[in-house]
Design a protein around this ligand. Structure first.
Ligand code: AMP
Ligand code: MG
Length: 398
């Protein structure tokens, strides 16, 4: 049995980044950049007005003491070519996004001006050099680094790349993922249960978690605890996917066939069994560059193992540099007695500035998980953590 830290290190050491593909920026959200982006243009490409108002050029000589009157010589709106240069004592009516005429001292917002016929009067107190002007390249200068390889592409990044005129970008491919749940007792929800049977839930929880994290399940299936059937289905799924996630059948019982089947399929074991609760029997192996996770069958354990181990692997292979659930530290809202010597992943709820551990931490209980928005990680060791003690909190995706 290895520690959580050893397992996580082994995991990341054994996961490579998938090949790069080119996607349209409009479809790029959720991927990670596979290239550094150098700005192909200035943003903004010209100095522009940040307000509706007047672009003014101070009179010469400038001897006003209270207000200045400017001669209005024209108008410019967003999309217009720049007007001619302003002469001293003149102004143009200008709208947000319009190019700033040469010799502009500042732009004064419309609300601070009084127009009388073809003149505009502005108080001295409203004339601040260069105000209300978005200078050319104030966001980014052509030829400089706009974004780094590994950054997640969020909607704002899609907008930013578009601002720079970029239409396509290189991203790391996302993995093809298959899920195979195992167990003689499992029936699909909707069917009638015979005595001894239960409803299969792991495929639904895992598929939803995969989708919520921005990935896609290629195939999903359930198989009985029957060696040849398990072998056939696992082989087929492994052939067509980058990641195979199994659940159940990975403990030490007579009907726990998964480890043997994976060995027969030529999957190389990287680790099996971690000193953690829940999820002790977690198995991770590789067939070439393909990853295989065998999660415990207990539903809460399976989902914890997905978030804590499978998700970091998915992030790494799809090129992300922010890996796994976001981790913060918060004080506990109540005393908590840590039992046993394994590391714990506890279902928890963030309550304002604190975190509370929910009732129902057993590995078969999903009800508490269903209301949790975080997992509290307690490293191995037996002790009481008092109210207010700081703990590591892994935020679940929302
Ligand atoms: P196993 O890991 O196969 O020994 O299963 C451990 C426990 O989890 C048993 O009580 C199983 O019935 C249950 N279990 C296994 N797979 C699933 C599943 N896909 N959905 C719901 N419960 C499961
Ligand atoms: Mg089983």
């Amino acid at each position: 049995m290895i520690s959580v830290e050893e397992a996580k290190q082994l995991l990341l050491e054994n996961v490579g980044i998938l090949s790069a593909i080119t996607v349209e920026v409009a479809d790029a959200s959720g991927y990670a950049l596979e290239e550094n982006i150098i700005a192909p243009t200035d943003s903004p490409p010209f100095s522009q007005s940040a307000m509706d108002g007047f672009a003014v050029c101070l009179p010469e000589p400038f001897d006003a003491t209270e207000a200045v009157k400017f001669m209005i010589i024209g108008e410019t709106k967003a999309g217009d070519s720049p007007t001619e240069a302003l002469l001293p004592g003149t102004a143009v009516r200008i709208f947000t996004g319009a190019p700033i005429p040469e010799n502009t001292y500042c732009v004064v917002m419309q609300e601070k001006t009084t127009t009388i016929n073809n003149k505009v009067e502005i108080a001295l107190s409203a004339l601040h050099k260069a105000s209300n002007i978005r200078l050319k390249a104030c966001e980014i200068t052509k030829g400089t680094r706009a974004a780094n390889k590994g950054m997640p592409i969020n909607p704002a990044m899609c907008g930013f790349l578009s601002t720079l005129g970029i239409t396509h970008t290189q991203v790391a491919r996302k993995p093809f993922i298959s899920v195979l749940t195992t167990g003689n007792e499992l029936k699909k929800p909707g069917a009638v249960l015979a005595p001894g049977q239960i409803y299969e839930s792991n495929s639904f929880a895992l598929q939803s978690a995969i989708k919520q994290c921005g990935y896609h399940t290629l195939t999903i299936d359930t198989v009985a605890d029957e060696e040849s059937e398990l072998m056939d289905k696992a082989r087929k799924m492994l052939n067509e996917s980058d990641v195979l996630i199994l659940s159940g059948g990975i403990s030490v019982g007579k009907y726990d066939l998964v480890a043997g089947v994976l060995q027969n399929l030529g999957v190389k074991k990287i680790f099996y069994k971690i000193a953690q609760k829940p999820g002790k029997p977690l198995y991770f192996g590789k067939q070439g560059e393909k990853l295989v996770f065998a999660l415990p069958g207990n539903p809460a354990a399976a989902l914890v193992c997905f978030y804590e181990y499978v998700l970091p692997a998915l992030h790494k292979m799809s090129g992300h540099t922010r890996i796994g659930l976001r981790s913060i530290r918060l004080p506990l809202s109540k005393d908590f007695l840590v039992k046993g010597d394994r590391a714990l992943f506890l279902k928890a709820v963030v309550e304002g500035e604190m975190v509370g551990i929910t009732e129902g931490q057993e590995s078969n209980i999903l009800m508490s998980f269903a209301v949790a928005d975080a997992l509290v990680y307690i490293p191995a060791g037996e002790r009481i953590i008092s109210k207010g003690g700081m703990v590591e909190v892994h935020l679940l995706p929302t």
